[in-house]
Ligand binder design. Structure first.
Ligand SMILES: C[S@@+](CC[C@H](N)C(=O)[O-])C[C@H]1O[C@@H](n2cnc3c(N)ncnc32)[C@H](O)[C@@H]1O
Length: 208
């Protein structure tokens, strides 16, 4: 049975996310401020939009308040279940298709999306080249690619927040500038936005 936005499981999950965000803020990581910054750089976006790396759906639910047709992919069923509850809380679930898939092998034909976006996921992906190749392949002419990840300060703050819990914030060795280099080699015109929490790269595709 489909649970409502006020179902106890949905509410408990939402409370848990708020608690996590409050912990992170103590160390200077303001995920919601980061999302607001990324959205400002990214919008407007043409439907349908593909998101890479659903995670807990923090970015997804805010994006869905602006975009009515989003597909989001992740390799983790647990993360997508979490994100689904988050989407239900914000009453945007009917705007989102959840797909379990490795982003290095997207199942859609070339030029299927008006925009492909990702936030705070690229640093989790060891081999970023095949994923970027796929992202480029599925954007249609005139569309946009938006890559966002933590700024150097953002990474430092996340590392401190994790250390305080006896954990490590996992991060693959490549840097945001390696992604820029890869896209510039493809001749794409890139606009960069540098915020306190996030760095954002927006590439526009020429119309055919
Ligand atoms: C930190 S989370 C993303 C956060 C999310 N975008 C947000 O703003 O709430 C990173 C996600 O990337 C996913 N991921 C890692 N490698 C992936 C791959 N090859 N394909 C798809 N998703 C992947 C992980 O499972 C994880 O859920």
């Amino acid at each position: 049975m489909k649970s409502s936005a006020r179902n106890p499981a949905v509410l408990a999950h939402h409370k848990q996310l708020l608690k996590r965000d409050a912990h992170l803020r103590q160390f200077g990581c303001d995920l919601q401020a980061g999302i607001a910054f990324v959205l400002k750089q990214a919008l407007p976006l043409e439907n349908p939009v593909l998101e890479i790396g659903t995670g807990k759906g923090r970015f997804l639910v805010k994006l869905a308040q602006h975009v009515p047709d989003i597909t989001t992919v992740d390799i983790s069923p647990e993360e997508q279940e979490y994100a689904r509850l988050n989407a239900r809380y914000f009453r945007v679930e009917d705007r989102i298709k959840f797909v379990l898939q490795d982003a290095a092998r997207l199942p859609w034909p070339d030029r299927s999306f008006g925009a492909v976006v990702t936030m705070n996921a690229m640093h989790h992906i060891r081999e970023f080249e095949p994923v970027l190749e796929e992202m480029l392949r599925v954007v249609r002419p005139g569309g946009k690619l938006v890559l966002a990840d933590f700024s150097p300060r953002g990474f430092q703050n996340m590392a401190r927040a994790h250390r305080a819990e006896g954990k490590t914030h996992l991060r693959e060795p490549h840097l945001f500038r390696d992604l820029q280099k890869f896209l510039r080699k493809r001749g794409l015109a890139i606009r960069l936005g540098k915020g306190c929490h996030e760095e954002v790269l927006v590439a526009r595709f020429p119309t055919a």
